[in-house]
Design a protein around this ligand. Sequence first.
Ligand SMILES: NC(=O)c1ccc[n+]([C@@H]2O[C@H](COP(=O)([O-])OP(=O)(O)OC[C@H]3O[C@@H](n4cnc5c(N)ncnc54)[C@H](OP(=O)(O)O)[C@@H]3O)[C@@H](O)[C@H]2O)c1
Length: 275
Amino acid sequence: MKICVFGASGYVGASVYQRLKDIPDATVAGTYLNEPALFDDLYKLDVNEPESFSNFYKSEKPDVVVWAVMSGPNEHKLTDQGLMHLLTHLTPQTKLVYISSDFVFSNGDGPYSEEDPLHNLPDDHSFSNYTNGKVKAERLIDREFSNYVILRAGPIYGENAVGKLDERTDRLSYHLRSTKPIEFRDDLIRTFVHIEDLTNVIEEMAFNDVKGVYHVGSASQQSFYQFMKATAREMGYDETLVIKESEEEAVDTEIPKNTTLNTEKIKEVTDQKFR
Ligand SMILES: NC(=O)c1ccc[n+]([C@@H]2O[C@H](COP(=O)([O-])OP(=O)(O)OC[C@H]3O[C@@H](n4cnc5c(N)ncnc54)[C@H](OP(=O)(O)O)[C@@H]3O)[C@@H](O)[C@H]2O)c1
């Protein structure tokens, strides 16, 4: 089986790439964009470049695609260009594993189930590019293709398969090592998912016939403040250095308060236990 991981130098993509490389029945190709690549054998590819995308895809002809690219403020372009290039090349036999986000629910009233409607943010909102890029991507995939699984995740945390921490825990650890206080919001409630649990599910989905949209993550909900305080404790740091951040914000930077995900549905298709 041939698997292509797009974004294999990123936090999630590298974890998936590293894991799949160890599977004897799989041949894995991965892409990166900016130097340095995390692995020596990745292909440098800008998925937004139609010609290079087409050349790469036709040379690989994957059975499974794991789409783990992300471009925050340019997410819309990644959907309009990169993902569109992918969709024009996919054959019905190829399975697409697309990683989406709880940000597709931008009206802030979780916990959400998979069937709940997606929401765009107003164009002038600072998170609109990411949110609206993801919403558009999910709609495009559903309209144009059927052999897909979309995994929606809240904040992803922990050490990935190549020993890299998520940016938030890394920042926490940096502050607490130097006994500096660090602030996190107590009014933003999320469903957190450990990178190893997510990687396990992506690996399973690459080899099974499961299709559709699934929420991944813990059954419990926590605020960033609660979660990071617990993380500090687990890491052996002084948790009192984790303090509550101000909840005042300008309207155009206000982000959805409770985007927790109901994660019951995925239990029907995997034995993975989410910590
Ligand atoms: N991290 C989270 O907490 C979180 C939460 C929910 C959902 N997700 C989703 O999970 C997926 C992976 O996120 P991540 O955290 O692993 O992000 P990441 O660490 O930023 O990795 C994304 C990768 O995308 C690549 N990329 C960006 N633009 C590209 C382009 N034009 N052409 C080719 N590659 C491009 C980058 O490659 P280079 O590094 O090589 O430049 C980068 O490594 C995304 O779909 C994201 O929306 C993440």
